[in-house]
Write a protein that binds this ligand. Structure first.
Ligand code: ZN
Ligand code: ZN
Ligand code: FE
Length: 335
């Protein structure tokens, strides 16, 4: 069963994938039976010789290109549709351990380039409205395989989070005649209070409006609507920031840190006002304590921020300084 069900109260689609309930959770990697499906030699990768980054179909897809027709409910507002889409896994390296920050800059750039190429490819599918690129890391986030990988969900609708941003950016444009994110970037560069890292093309900052304690946003400095418009130099610059941000989290928590990375991109159909960016959510609020999304957050969609973003920025900048030093010593450096 692959269907999307409409929640008429909050006007959002839910992806319902019955078979995903049976997928394994964090197989015991130390047990003798365990073989990593993303390590060289795995059946999925048998026919490839040399590879550094590889795209595989998701073995437990939430959406598929040709789902069974759905049987509608008799009540009209309880709407549903086929969950028509594509899900992919991007295996980022043949190495079983690591993160974006343990790749060389060149290698990390090939990962980012793979994202762009996949978005380009999936955009051509008639039934795809949006391509969501994301990376989950760590058991706290529920990641079932440690081998470095990211994921792509090509969706038959525009995610509500993206639609909310589009609406805000379009409204701002009508009133002020400029791009909201461009204006925020200009302001943040001048004020310096919340900036963690920057190179020629991108800045990483803790947003004024952060919801998670160590949330980091990565914005292109020049206006770019979609990842599909990034040139070669911008792709390398993006890879550079992503390495630095992930290394910053490791340095902050003094261990292999969990996080969620979400690419916020323009939809693949239509033409909206938008400014491509990447958001990172860090589940910890200090070295030991997790920040839970609980009653007020889940039950009401109201976020409470523990601390003050400007103070967290000081901590993140210090962690970033150490991270850059390590990258410079070990992996040939940053931009
Ligand atoms: Zn592996
Ligand atoms: Zn802009
Ligand atoms: Fe966003």
């Amino acid at each position: 069963m692959h269907e999307i069900r409409w929640n008429p109260l909050v006007k959002k689609w839910i992806i319902v994938a019955a078979h995903r309930a049976t997928r394994p959770w964090r197989p015991d990697e130390k047990s003798r039976e365990f073989t990593c499906p993303f390590c060289p030699g795995a059946p999925e990768l048998k026919n490839l010789d040399e590879w550094d980054v590889v795209v595989l179909p998701n073995k437990y897809p939430a959406l598929i290109p040709e789902p069974q027709p759905v049987e509608k409910e008799e009540m009209n507002i309880l709407d549903k549709k086929e969950a028509r889409g594509v899900t992919e896994v991007i295996v980022e390296t043949p190495e079983h351990e690591g993160d974006l920050c343990t790749l060389t800059l060149d290698h990390a750039k090939r990962v980012v380039e793979t994202y762009r190429n996949e978005v380009d490819k999936l955009a051509k599918e008639r039934f795809i409205e949006y391509v969501a690129v994301f990376r989950n890391k760590g058991k706290e986030i529920g990641v079932s395989l440690t081998h470095p990988h990211s994921q792509i969900y090509a969706l038959p609708f525009i995610p509500p989070r993206i639609m909310a941003e589009i609406n805000a950016i379009e409204e701002y444009k009508k009133i002020h005649g400029s791009c909201m994110i461009c204006d925020i970037v200009k302001y943040e560069i001048e004020s310096k209070k919340r900036i963690i890292y920057s190179n020629e093309e991108f800045i990483a900052l803790i947003p004024y409006y952060a919801m998670w304690p160590f949330e980091i946003h990565v914005y292109p400095i020049k206006h770019v609507k979609t990842i599909r418009d990034l040139n070669d130099h911008q792709l390398t610059s993006l890879a550079d920031v992503l390495r630095v941000v992930t290394a910053t989290y490791n340095s902050l928590l003094e261990r292999d840190a969990p996080y969620i990375m979400a690419f916020h991109d323009h939809p693949v159909k239509g033409n909206y006002e938008y400014h491509f960016h990447v958001e990172f959510y860090q589940p910890y609020r200090d070295k030991e304590k997790l920040k839970y999304a609980a009653g007020i957050e889940w039950g009401f969609w109201v976020f409470t921020y523990d601390g003050v973003p400007e103070q967290r920025a000081v901590e993140l900048r210090e962690a970033c300084r150490k991270a850059v030093k390590t990258l410079n010593n070990v992996l040939g450096g940053c931009m």
